[in-house]
Design a protein around this ligand. Structure first.
Ligand code: SF4
Length: 391
């Protein structure tokens, strides 16, 4: 399946800019310290196989749905971030968990796995721009403002899985819950039963789409908290009146889809059904035919009849794998230009080979190790999610 067959053209621009600083707590911008094999090395596949075989049950390789095919081929299990973290926790015999995904996912795996298990992220520059949009300091400042305005006691934080361990710990400390794109509705209903307001972190689009389309709230029940402005850019009255405080964060990949993409694909592909992820903007989600999580998208395509036509608004590696797996259906990408998650794509075969061969040699490289206090409170918030109805 070529990009043109999916209806996309190469973009001249990188979608996310990567810095070079060495900040292991950042979601991106950390360069790889290792001596990587050359991408042109013809023995990479054989080397990856040999290293995995040598490690046996001691290693468990997780592959997120948005990873490249060359990496997915070596995954013991594929899934979304939460499913992968739980799979890792269910393999206590694996001393090493190699997470082919991004930084916050590896942190979640470290939080949920035992102390004897070590989590490795093959390239530390594989971060998530959305998770980076809410830092612990910014969120603590916002909470101070809510306290001064007198609403912190009635505000319940709900944080998307796509957030740093520090944000998850903040959520646990303040009686909130984590959510995924599959259970955001249940999490938000639970929070509004418990308090009067929700502070939804860090994806404003998932928060708004859930509040308006699932809970039936009005758009003006939601306000956007801009961490770069004093008081979040809001007046005290706006903060008091709001039911949902949406953190000003978004996914750089899903945020690229526009209403024009939807209109254009409907003209281009007769009878097409437009299926998008809830990290897309409210305008895109309300223009599309169906909206749902990555797992929902996969299930919907698997259940679709032969001959049906689909335009999918999510990360391109996943869309192209779905198109390959379902040649009896027409599957096109919603945008006209390439829309990979460039930080997910940092994990490639050379990095995976380097990480696995280092483990064979007895060196744990790029370990993601969340401190005990953060782990404790992040787990409180993750456990709260597991206790929500339907989980
Ligand atoms: S697709 Fe978006 S939310 Fe997912 S890792 Fe990439 S930037 Fe983050």
């Amino acid at each position: 399946m070529t990009m043109n067959e999916l209806g996309v053209e190469p973009s001249p621009l990188a979608l996310l800019l990567l810095g070079q600083q060495r900040d292991a707590d950042s979601e991106r911008g950390t360069s790889c310290p290792g001596e990587l094999p050359a991408a042109s090395d013809p023995s990479l596949v054989a080397r990856a196989r040999a290293a995995k075989a040598a490690l046996g049950d001691k290693v468990f390789v997780l592959g997120h749905h948005y990873q490249r095919d060359e990496v997915i081929e070596f995954a013991d299990v594929t899934g979304d971030s939460f499913k992968l973290a739980r799979e890792a926790a269910a393999r206590p015999e694996a001393s090493y968990v190699v997470f082919c995904g991004v930084h916050f996912m590896a942190e979640s795996a470290d939080i949920l796995t035992g102390n004897h298990q070590q989590v490795v992220l093959p390239d530390l520059a594989a971060g998530c721009s959305m998770a980076d949009m809410a830092t612990a300091e910014q969120v603590a400042e916002a909470w101070d403002v809510l306290t001064d305005v007198g609403v912190a006691d009635v505000t319940v934080p709900v944080s998307y899985m796509n957030s740093s361990a520090a944000i998850k710990a903040f959520t646990g400390r303040h009686g909130g819950t984590i959510c995924t794109s599959s259970n955001a509705e249940v999490a938000m209903r639970w929070a509004l039963d418990k308090g009067e307001k929700v502070l939804f972190l860090p994806d404003q689009h998932l928060g708004r789409n859930t509040a308006v389309l699932r809970l039936g709230l009005r758009l003006d029940d939601c306000v956007v908290w801009n961490p770069r402005k004093p008081n979040g850019g809001l007046t005290d009255e706006q903060i008091r009146a709001a039911k949902i405080l949406l953190w000003k964060g978004h996914c750089s990949v899903h945020g690229r889809f526009s209403r024009e993409c939807v209109d254009e694909v409907r003209e281009r592909v007769p009878g097409v059904t437009v299926l998008v992820h809830p990290e897309c903007t409210h305008e895109v989600v309300t223009t599309a035919d169906l909206v749902g999580s990555t797992e929902f998208i996969i299930r919907t395509i698997e259940a679709a009849p032969a001959g049906s036509a689909w335009a999918i608004g999510t990360e391109l590696n996943l869309v192209s794998r779905l198109a390959k797996a379902h040649p009896d259906k027409t599957i096109v990408f919603l945008d006209k230009t390439v829309c990979f998650c460039s930080t997910m794509n940092r994990i490639d075969l050379p990095h995976l080979v380097w990480a696995l061969e280092s483990l064979v040699d007895g060196h744990v490289v790029n370990r993601i190790d969340v401190d005990d206090d953060t782990t404790h409170f992040a787990k409180v918030a993750l456990d709260q999610m597991l206790a929500l109805p339907g989980n």
